[in-house]
Design a protein around this ligand. Structure first.
Ligand code: ATP
Ligand code: MG
Length: 267
C-alpha cells in the first residue's frame, strides 16, 4: 500500500499550491468511508501485534489550525484501538516548569513506551509555529529548532520508534464555516473559543510557518503527511491508511513462548 500526500523531502514544498479538498483521483465519498471502515479492524489487529512484539513504538503527531480536526481524527481513526495500548497527549501553552526546560523535554516525557502508540495532539512543532508567529523567543532560537527536531526524531527512529506526522490542512473559508457552526449550534458552542478568532488573524503567518516546517522537517525517517482535510471522510481515510501502512512495514512478530505449550496440561 502506498500513502498519498507523504512527504520525505519537502525542499520545494509550497503551501499555496496545496488544495485542502480531496484530489481528483480520490475515491467517491461512500467508497472512501467503506475503505476506512475496512482499515479500522486492521489497525486494531496491528496494534495488538505491536503490543505483543514489544520492540517498537509508534509516535503520531497531529498538527492543524484551530477547527482543523485533530480531535475528530483521534475520535474516528482510533475509535477501534485498545485504549490500553494508546495514549493521547495534548500540548498546551507550556507551564512555568516546562519553560524552565529545553523545549523537547515535555515531548520526551510524553513518548509512548515501546509496544504502544502515542498521539501528540499538537506537539513539539508548536515551538516553531505559534512561538514563531508570536515572537515568543528570538528568531535565532526558533530557527535552530528545525534541525534539533530532525535529530531528535532521528534518534527516536534509531531507537525503535516509527514517527508519523500529520498536518491536517483546511482552507481559511472552511475554518470560517466551522467556527460559525460552533457559534450557531448550541451543542457545539462549548467548543467555540474567542481566542481562535485572534489566531485566525495570523492565518498567513501560520501558513508560512507550516510551509517552513514541512520544508525543513520532512525526512525519510519522519515524514510529514499533508492531509487535505476540508472533507472529514477523506482526512480519516488518509490518516488511517498511513498508519496501517507504517505498522505493516514493521514486520511485527508475536513472541515465541519460552515453554512447550504441548507439554502443559491445565487441570
Ligand atoms: P481544542 O481547542 O480543540 O480543545 P487545542 O489544541 O486548540 O484544542 P487549546 O487549549 O485551545 O487546545 O489550545 C492550546 C494552545 O496552546 C494553542 O493555542 C497552542 O498554540 C498553544 N501552545 C501549544 N504549545 C505551545 C508552545 N510551545 N508555546 C506556546 N503556546 C503553545
Ligand atoms: Mg483551541
Amino acid at each position: 500500500m502506498h500513502t498519498p500526500h507523504r512527504i520525505e523531502n519537502g525542499r520545494k514544498f509550497r503551501i499555496a499550491s496545496l488544495s485542502p479538498t480531496p484530489p481528483k483521483n480520490a475515491p467517491s465519498k461512500p467508497d472512501g468511508i467503506r475503505a476506512t471502515e475496512t482499515l479500522l479492524p486492521r489497525l486494531y489487529a496491528l496494534q495488538e501485534k505491536l503490543f505483543a512484539d514489544g520492540r517498537k513504538g509508534l509516535l503520531i503527531v497531529l498538527q492543524a489550525m484551530d477547527t482543523g480536526g485533530k480531535d475528530g481524527t483521534v475520535q474516528h481513526v482510533f475509535s477501534g484501538v485498545n485504549p490500553m495500548g494508546c495514549r493521547v497527549t495534548s500540548f498546551k501553552a507550556p507551564t512555568p516548569e516546562e519553560l524552565r526546560h529545553p523545549f523537547l523535554w515535555r515531548a520526551t516525557n510524553a513518548l509512548p513506551p515501546r509496544g504502544s502508540i502515542g498521539i501528540f495532539n499538537r506537539s513539539h512543532y508548536e515551538d516553531v509555529l505559534v512561538v514563531r508567529v508570536h515572537d515568543l523567543v528570538p528568531k535565532p532560537v526558533w530557527s535552530r529548532r528545525y534541525s534539533q527536531i530532525n535529530e531528535w526524531e532521528r534518534m527516536l527512529t534509531e531507537d525503535g520508534y516509527v514517527v508519523l506526522k500529520f498536518f491536517l490542512h483546511i482552507g481559511r473559508d472552511e475554518q470560517k464555516e466551522r467556527l460559525q457552526a460552533r457559534l450557531d449550534d448550541p451543542a457545539k458552542r462549548w467548543k467555540f473559543e474567542p481566542a481562535d478568532l485572534a489566531e485566525r488573524k495570523h492565518w498567513d503567518d501560520y501558513m508560512k510557518a507550516y510551509q517552513d516546517v514541512i520544508r525543513k522537517c520532512s525526512t525519510p525517517w519522519a515524514p510529514w503527511v499533508v492531509v487535505p482535510s476540508n472533507r472529514k471522510w477523506y482526512r480519516n481515510l488518509v490518516v488511517a491508511s498511513a498508519i496501517v501502512d507504517a505498522l505493516q512495514k514493521l514486520d511485527l512478530k508475536l513472541p515465541e513462548p519460552d515453554f512447550d505449550p504441548s507439554a502443559i496440561r491445565i487441570e
